[in-house]
Design a protein around this ligand. Structure first.
Ligand SMILES: NC(=O)C1=CN([C@@H]2O[C@H](COP(=O)(O)OP(=O)(O)OC[C@H]3O[C@@H](n4cnc5c(N)ncnc54)[C@H](OP(=O)(O)O)[C@@H]3O)[C@@H](O)[C@H]2O)C=CC1
Ligand SMILES: O=C(O)[C@@H]1CCC=N1
Length: 267
């Protein structure tokens, strides 16, 4: 039972985490189990990752010390109902469901359970995840450390006050989607101007990667870094003016706000 990890739900986020964890080698494939309703998906996961799979969530909880709820938020209630009577006392439940509060999960279990709430993101798959973590008071420091180690194996971790979790969803949980749209839009602009499509995604993505790395490593304000690209009377400031005219910042801020609102509604 020790050091066994189970994923209930082998969809996009479950697979991204499994990929990141296996790459870092903190768990051997035979110590990871995935349960899902979809047999084809389980077969693919077993083939690609070499982990154990089952269609029965109660088989999974028997084999796993740490159980990640990686199903859609409304499915969590159904899954908890299914497993709550058989859950072991020392099991740690890790919920990654958007908008599901620790209190709601405790109510669903209706008994003392160790619960950690995490908001990860899909770049976990390539070791560049960002995860925010909160836990209830049943989780010991050692156990929390164990969970932090798992999420640090595929990226960065921040401990946050649970009341900020919905904001985290809008900030790092969902934002990879906004960034992919941004990359796609830069690429489409380049194609419009005659660049072959096979080159544009690399160019746009590498620029985004490098810019993000600049924010993380220089400690400079993003505005200062932007100013460093804008030569006086040059090309970039023309682009910046157009983005301002079209409401780029406001659109992104509104998008984050709507995302956070939806996450709050889920609770
Ligand atoms: N995707 C992301 O970027 C992120 C997602 N999350 C959270 O992760 C959770 C999963 O999201 P995501 O991976 O995108 O969703 P997916 O729909 O891709 O994956 C969920 C998986 O769970 C399966 N499932 C449904 N019911 C059950 C059940 N009763 N028992 C076992 N498995 C079941 C689904 O099967 P089927 O499709 O057949 O229903 C599906 O394969 C959500 O709560 C989301 O809020 C958090 C951070 C980021
Ligand atoms: O779209 C969603 O609901 C999930 C939560 C964060 C990212 N994807």
């Amino acid at each position: 039972m020790k050091n066994t990890l189970g994923f209930i739900g082998g969809g996009n986020m479950g697979k991204a985490m499994i990929g990141g964890i296996l790459e870092s080698k903190i768990f051997a494939p035979e110590n990871i189990m995935v349960s899902d309703l979809n047999t084809d998906l389980l077969n693919t996961i077993e083939e690609n990752y070499g982990v154990k799979t089952t269609k029965d969530n109660n088989v999974l909880i028997k084999h796993s010390q740490i159980i990640v709820l990686a199903v859609k938020p409304h499915i969590c209630d159904i899954v908890i109902k299914e497993i709550k009577d058989k859950i072991k006392e020392d099991a740690i439940i890790v919920s990654i469901a958007a908008g599901k509060s620790i209190e709601q999960i405790e109510e669903n279990f209706n008994k003392d359970v160790k619960i950690v709430r995490v908001m990860p993101n899909t770049p976990a798959l390539v070791g560049k995840g960002m995860s925010a973590i909160s836990s209830n008071n049943k989780v010991s420091e050692v156990e929390l450390e164990q969970i932090i180690n798992i999420f640090e194996s595929f990226g960065e971790v921040e401990l946050v006050d649970e009341k900020l979790m919905d904001v985290v969803t809008g900030t790092s949980g969902s934002s990879p989607a906004y960034v992919y749209m941004f990359i796609e839009a830069i690429a489409d602009g380049a194609v419009l101007e005659g660049m072959p499509r096979d080159k544009v995604y690399k160019m746009a993505a590498q620029a985004v990667l490098g810019a993000a790395q600049m924010v993380l490593t220089t400690g400079k304000h993003p505005g200062e870094l932007k100013d460093m690209v804008c030569s006086p009377g040059g090309t970039t400031i023309e682009a910046v003016k157009t983005l301002e005219d079209k409401g780029f910042r406001s659109a992104v801020m509104e998008a984050v706000r709507e995302c956070v609102k939806k996450s709050r509604e889920l609770s």
